[in-house]
Design a binder for this molecule. Structure first.
Ligand code: MLC
Ligand code: AMP
Length: 494
């Protein structure tokens, strides 16, 4: 167990170590490490030292990391010791001298000297802690989180201290955090959900955290008896429901279950209520904006909706011509508020494109308000697949598949999947006479892309369907391959 006093002291030491490396306010510290208490302390130490924290998904591969480090030009990179072999050459090529390792749990006394020399925690613990924190203003950058883009190029969302603090304060109030709350934390630490929504609210509460390094349904169910609040993506809920032993008794001490990052199916919402007596509270957000809407804590939590705009956030649904849609009318979801990002890192033009002329951020989600103000998301205007809560932009994968020998063109789509909600699949049109194999394409992609982006199936075809304008009809493909992962189809394939 780590106490609050230890946290205070150790984040002070980590912050002092950051300063000793010559990292100044505004400089970036990039981090790609497994989930651990030390990783949480590093995040907080960056905020205390006034530097910009840049977390990276542990699934990212060498070429992806090379891009992020090249783009963000951090002063420090903290990574997993298992990746040393490929990290060192990247850092050398970028003249990034301050590279440290952070293993999933603290180095034991028997660790080799060379491991300790590079180990972040071993070095940082030697520094006398800083007092307090380096003052930063509301509009100063706190974090950069990369999010993939429809063009295939990832963009760094620049989040300010105001973005983080306003959202944490709002959620803390909206979800009724109180003395004695204990959060069961199973989410990854490199995305908005696990890092800001879950951590910031419970830290603000001064509450305890039951900390799991990854989500495991059986372990999570067992830990619910020690917790009062749980947050997860819909896959966490379907996996818990798949455990026959999961019932109301397991949730006796629980006060609140929150779901987000991807659509919660109506059947999951209902089954959870029947099995546990708890109504999941669904909320909606984005990397660029933190949380936007939430179902209410005390009033009706309406399944199939993402609830009401959070206090202080102005959410509207706009028609194609920019005018405001009526309740019940589908349109583009846009918002304004203290939670909206400062812009994309070094991409002022891209930033401008994502805002309307009157300053509303365009989410790329399509939805509608009910008469009484509940928002429903009915689709996306952006070509995006959300798999197990991770965003996958088809363009990035298509660009890579199209470079492979024998490929004419490709279309990457999301298909309904019982575990991940949506799963990535690729339809590849081969060149005449080319011999393409699904397994070979998948294994080539695995070398270059994070595992959650790898298509679960690749279908090889002679040509892709097109409309009269010549545009590939992804809707036709989604229909054609729609039952690929349906339980029945999967059973037949075995
Ligand atoms: C893992 N795999 C996935 C996957 N996660 N495939 C598709 N989608 C995913 N999300 C694959 C791996 O590549 C591997 O394939 C196999 O599944 C097993 O890997 P694993 O690591 O053992 O999987 P597991 O631990 O079970 O992880 C699944 C998961 C995890 C659902 C628990 O993905 C997860 O924790 N997702 C949460 C994502 C999240 O935090 N999103 C928030 C974004 S913030 P193979 O072939 O190698 O065996 C955001 C804003 C907001 O969206 O509103 O919150
Ligand atoms: P990210 O870029 O990872 O932050 O993902 C943001 C996207 O996740 C949003 O634009 C939505 O498309 C989606 N999303 C988040 N929460 C929900 C939800 N509760 N229901 C449906 N989609 C959601």
């Amino acid at each position: 167990m780590t106490t609050a006093a230890e946290f205070d002291e150790l984040t002070g030491r980590y912050a002092a170590f950051i300063q000793s490396l010559g990292v100044e306010p505004g400089d970036r510290v990039a981090v790609q490490v497994e989930k651990s208490v030390e990783a949480v302390m590093l995040y907080l130490a960056c905020l205390r030292a006034g530097v910009v924290y840049l977390p990276l998904n542990t699934a990212y591969r060498e070429s992806e990391i090379a891009y992020f480090l090249g783009d963000a030009a951090p002063k420090v990179f903290v990574h997993s010791p298992k990746d040393v072999e490929w990290v060192v050459p990247i850092c050398e090529s970028l003249s990034l001298a301050n590279c440290f390792t952070m293993p999933p749990s603290r180095l034991d006394a028997n660790a080799k000297v060379e491991e300790k020399r590079a180990d972040w925690d071993t070095n940082a613990r030697k520094c006398p802690p800083i007092n307090g924190f380096v003052h930063r203003g509301d509009d100063d950058l706190a974090c950069i989180l990369y999010t993939s883009g429809t063009t295939g190029r990832s963009k760094g969302a620049m989040l300010t201290h105001k973005n983080l603090s306003s959202n944490a304060l709002t959620l803390h109030r909206a979800w009724g955090f109180t003395d004695g709350d204990v959060l069961l934390h199973c989410l990854p630490l490199f995305h908005v959900h696990g890092l800001f929504v879950a951590l910031n609210t419970i830290l603000l509460n001064g509450g305890r955290i039951v900390f799991h390094s990854r989500f495991d349904a059986v372990a999570a169910i067992d830990a619910l008896k020690k917790a009062t609040v749980f947050m997860g993506v819909p896959t966490y809920y379907t996996r818990m429901l798949a455990e026959p032993s999961f019932n109301a008794q397991c949730c006796e001490h629980m006060r609140l279950f929150v779901s987000g990052s991807a659509p919660l199916l109506a059947e999951t919402f209902e089954e959870f209520r029947q099995r546990t007596g708890h109504t999941i509270l669904e909320r909606y957000g984005m990397t660029e904006t933190g949380m936007i809407t939430s179902n209410p804590l005390h009033a009706e939590r309406r399944g199939g909706t993402v609830g009401l705009p959070l206090p202080g956030i102005d959410v509207r649904v706009a028609r194609d011509d920019g005018s405001i849609a009526m309740p019940g009318e589908i349109g583009h979801i846009q918002l304004k508020g203290p939670n909206v990002l400062a812009g994309y890192w070094q991409l002022p033009e891209k930033t401008a494109e994502e805002f309307t002329e009157d300053g509303y951020f365009k989410t790329g989600d399509v939805g509608m308000f009910s008469d009484d103000g509940y928002l429903s998301i009915v689709g996306r205007s952006k070509d995006l697949v959300i798999s197990g809560g991770y965003n996958v932009y088809p363009k990035e994968i298509e660009l890579l598949i199209d470079t492979l020998d024998g490929v004419g063109e490709s279309a990457v789509i999301g298909l309904p999947h019982p575990d991940f909600g949506e799963a990535v699949a690729a339809v590849v049109a081969k060149k005449a006479d080319a011999a393409l194999e699904e397994a070979a394409i998948i294994s080539t992609l695995k070398e270059q892309l994070a595992n959650f982006k790898i298509p679960k199936r690749v279908f090889i075809v002679a040509e892709l369907p097109r409309n009269t304008m010549g545009k590939v009809q992804k809707n036709v493909l989604r229909q054609q391959y729609g039952d690929t992962f349906a339980p029945k189809a999967a059973a037949e394939k075995v």
